[in-house]
Design a protein around this ligand. Structure first.
Ligand code: AHG
Ligand code: MN
Ligand code: MN
Length: 342
């Protein structure tokens, strides 16, 4: 079979259209791809190489770390620290930003990542992924501190994810639409397979962890209740539901066939701001979804407009098909967002 455009070729062709582009970003992206290929290979071999199961430690958010959370984090750090394209890195698995070691040159970009998203799925052999967000390091800053990373989502230079599913895919935006690439293991390259991905504006599929229903606010409860009533309810149509518990997989499904994904704030202690992290989950995924014609919101604000307050800050997430997200936001505007059902 004749091979199509490789991801590297695609990015170089995009770079040529930007006057003054130095190629730094293209190189950085190549290094990210290398890390994702290594993670993909390790996730794929799983039980054969003894990487499944808990690491017996906790991350800064008090979540139990899987061995693969730690291994994936190390693979990202090792692939990126030496390159000379980054001024600093931050990760779900590291409390503070990681400075670039003295022996390596510094670059002009910052990266934030969730090295392994959906890691509760590892041991049951379901899809997981890596999410990343690239920012510019503020001018004149050599040793970036937390505040240098706290830029709103609208400042992202690039956002992407790798999905380790039946195929390994890399989905990417640099602010000019969204493109998906599938890893051809035979040649070790990501090949353009899903050009100009678009989220259908309307959809009849929702994704939410229903076990938290009793803790939701009135707006989310109303939306889901109306979906559940199907043809006989106010929507007049039947809805389908999915919950993979891996945001990468949910977002990929929505990019492919539409739908809405919600991880709202709820009234459980510690979930007042939802579960997902703004800087390396919500922001990059919101950038991708908006670039594909969808919408992403907390219920009160557009996620990409939020002024970040912390590296590991959590944020409610409602994203996907535009008309459905707008409907949930309108229910919040109607006052239901303040009403707790529990
Ligand atoms: P991570 O594995 O990086 O901690 O993220 C898991 C996240 C997200 O991917 C998923 O949507 C959500 O947690 C699932 O949460 P529940 O287990 O509460 O359903
Ligand atoms: Mn995650
Ligand atoms: Mn993770």
């Amino acid at each position: 079979m004749e091979h199509g455009t490789t991801l590297t070729q695609f990015i170089i062709e995009q770079q040529r259209r930007i006057p003054g582009a130095t190629g730094d970003f293209t190189s950085l992206l190549n290094d990210i791809l290398t890390a994702c290929k290594k993670i993909s290979c390790t996730v794929n071999r799983g039980g054969l190489i003894g990487v499944l199961g808990s690491a017996g430690s906790e991350n800064v958010q008090g979540e139990t770390q899987k061995k693969l959370d730690i291994i994936s984090n190390e693979m990202m750090v090792n692939a990126l620290e030496w390159t000379g394209h980054l001024a600093g890195m931050a990760s779900e698995e590291m409390e503070d930003p990681l400075p670039i070691p003295e022996m390596y040159p510094r670059g002009k970009y910052l990266i934030l990542f969730d090295p392994l998203d959906g890691s509760s799925n590892i041991d049951v052999n379901l899809s997981v992924g890596t999410i990343f967000s690239v920012l510019r390091c503020p001018p004149g800053v050599d040793n970036p501190q937390v505040e240098d990373f706290l830029q709103p989502g609208t400042c992202q230079v690039c956002a992407g994810y790798a999905l380790y599913g039946p195929s390994t895919m890399l989905v990417l935006t640099t602010g000019h639409g969204v493109n998906g690439f599938t890893l051809d293991r035979g040649i070790g390259e990501f090949i353009l397979s899903h050009a100009d991905m678009q989220v259908p504006a309307a959809s009849r599929e929702f994704a939410i962890n229903m076990s938290n229903q009793r803790f939701w606010n009135g707006a989310v409860s109303r939306y889901v209740e109306e979906c559940l009533q199907g043809k006989e309810g106010p929507r007049g149509e039947n809805f389908n539901m999915r919950w993979v518990a891996s945001m990468v997989a949910e977002v990929h499904r929505i990019l492919t066939r539409g739908g809405i994904f919600m991880y709202p704030a709820d009234s459980r202690p510690g979930a007042e701001h939802g579960k997902l992290r703004l800087m390396y989950e919500a922001n990059p995924m919101s950038f991708i979804i908006e670039q594909a014609g969808g919408a992403s919101h907390t219920g009160d604000e557009r996620i990409l407009d939020l002024a970040p307050e912390g590296l590991h800050q959590r944020v409610p997430v409602i994203l996907g098909s535009r008309e459905e997200v707008e409907r949930v936001v309108a229910y919040h505007d109607g006052g239901d967002g303040d009403r707790r059902i529990a």
